[in-house]
Design a protein around this ligand. Structure first.
Ligand code: FRU
Length: 484
């Protein structure tokens, strides 16, 4: 095993012993110790799913990037694998940044960004390849970087050139890389017949915030879908630094959008998602449940770990809209179920049947006679995570200002303490499917038409649920499952 990988693995084993598990989710993937950001290389190779991630094994904050690794026979039972990549070559000594994977016959390829720090401390970003025949041990190509900063078109910055997406394309391969041009964020395409020799073929999409990050491209229901993170994208009705999707078609090497771009997730904590196609033809997405700019309590409290993934979500399209629902395998994680008879809510009402730190809660509401409806999650006495739907403004507000440890440090505010999402009711009905898992909440609204992901860190241990309404809310259905 290369020296830097050995050192990183040893550091992980040491850190693991010191981890405090108080906020560790049970049925969401989270970093064993140290720091995790983006999912990487999400794919399927020789009968197993693989999910890599941006990993810093030495501390629970971002640092020189490695690739951590899980694999699994299914998308819900993962096994930790040895660290796959460490920054140990002249072409990636400052970090192995995000990228994707591609299985070609008996070889599993990873495409990633090799970062090198120049004398002026600027970080040159170029695209590299590593390969494996067993899906566990990877060898970086000696010819790296395969796409160099000198391959960039005029006006594109060599310091913002990262996160290659590789895919089969025609008789060869396409690599789509995020870049910063004179007009801000853009995606650039490169083509190769052998994964080794790449040629620039053009701008795939542009006007993507100040800088684009982590592009994902795929066909879904006959359309081309592009998912991309937008840094410093100023749109009053969207989350800051949103991950958005474009739905359209490809024409002459560019993506022509046919609908307005929309956020993939409206919550406080969602970034850098990747998708993969399962052997049975489903498009499944996993995202990093966090966003740059905040500080995680598991770091500030010295718990020794920081980083959680969303649940795997199956993606479909409905009239140009990306629909996301937890993969059906999640039902296997269900334990004891309860189902309540329909009831009406106006005054504050406790739901002891839904208490617990690991739960799925499904409900169907009729809000014809209500002005607003409020759900309190992770309620432990003095604190709660508040979800409120206001029918007049058609807005769902998620507020974690009263929820335990805040995502702040030294007085910096939580930049996402309150987030809002637009939701239109159909015939006055609102369908919610909510997953609570110790320190993460995922909210799927109206059969996956809108999703919100949030972290929260309650100080108390006994998580309760309650609700109230202004007017009368009819709870037509409420079902809840303990999650294992
Ligand atoms: C997105 C990102 C990527 C980069 C990686 C570095 O969260 O900034 O653009 O490759 O994280 O860890």
């Amino acid at each position: 095993m290369p020296e830097r990988l050995k050192r990183a693995q040893k550091a992980l084993e040491e850190k693991r012993k010191q981890v405090n598990e108080t906020f560790r989710p049970h049925y969401h993937l989270s970093v064993p110790a140290g720091w995790l950001n983006d999912p990487n290389g999400f794919g399927f190779f020789q009968g197993r799913y693989h999910l890599f991630y941006q990993f810093h094994p030495y501390d629970s904050v971002w640092g020189a990037m490695h690739w951590g690794h899980w694999s699994g026979e299914s998308l819900i039972e993962w096994r930790e694998e040895p660290i796959a990549l460490a920054p140990d070559k002249p072409f990636d000594e400052a970090g192995c940044y995000s990228g994707t994977s591609l299985a070609v016959d008996d070889t599993f390829y990873l495409a990633y960004t090799g970062v090198v720090e120049k004398a002026d401390r600027k970080r040159l970003q170029q695209q590299c390849i590593a390969q494996s025949s067993d899906g566990i041990h990877f060898e970086k190509w000696k010819s790296n970087p395969v796409v160099k900063s000198t391959d960039l078109p005029p006006g594109a910055s060599p310091y913002d050139f990262r996160d290659p997406k590789i895919e089969h394309f025609g008789n060869g391969y396409r690599m789509t890389v995020a870049s910063k041009g004179e007009r801000g964020g853009q995606l650039l395409s490169f083509y190769s017949e052998n994964l080794q020799d790449w040629r620039y073929i053009g701008v795939y999409a542009n006007e993507l915030g100040a800088m684009a990050e982590c592009p994902d491209l795929f066909r879904l229901d006959g359309k081309q879908v592009v998912i991309v993170g937008l840094m410093d994208y100023k749109e009053p009705d969207m989350p800051s630094n949103p991950v958005v999707y474009l739905v359209g078609s490809e024409s002459e090497g560019t993506c022509q959008k046919e609908y307005d771009i929309k956020p993939v997730d409206w919550g406080a904590d969602f970034y850098a998602p990747q998708t993969m196609l399962t052997p049975d033809g489903r498009r499944v997405l996993i995202g990093w449940a966090f966003g740059w700019g905040n500080v995680l309590p598991t770091h500030t409290l010295g718990h020794g770990w920081a980083g959680t993934m969303t649940l795997p979500r199956e993606c479909t399209l409905r009239e140009g809209r990306l629909i996301q629902n937890p993969i059906k395998e999640m039902e296997k994680k269900r334990g004891r179920a309860i189902r309540l008879e329909p009831f009406t809510v106006s005054e504050h009402r406790l739901l002891p049947e839904c208490a617990g730190a690991c739960r799925e809660i499904q409900m169907l509401l009729d809000l014809k006679e209500a002005h607003s409806f409020t759900l309190y999650l992770m309620e432990t006495g003095m604190e709660h995570f508040c979800l409120k739907y206001d029918k007049h403004t058609g807005t769902m507000t998620a507020d974690r200002t009263q929820s335990g440890y805040q995502l702040t440090v030294n007085g910096t505010p939580d930049i996402h303490s309150v987030t809002k999402a637009p939701i239109q009711l159909e015939h006055g009905k609102l369908a919610l499917r909510i997953f609570v898992d110790v320190s993460i909440i995922e909210i799927y609204v109206n059969d996956g038409a809108l999703v919100m992901t949030h972290l929260a860190f309650p100080k108390g241990k006994n998580y309760g649920v309650s609700m109230s309404a202004n007017g009368k809310a009819e709870i037509l259905m409420l079902e809840s499952f303990e999650m294992l």
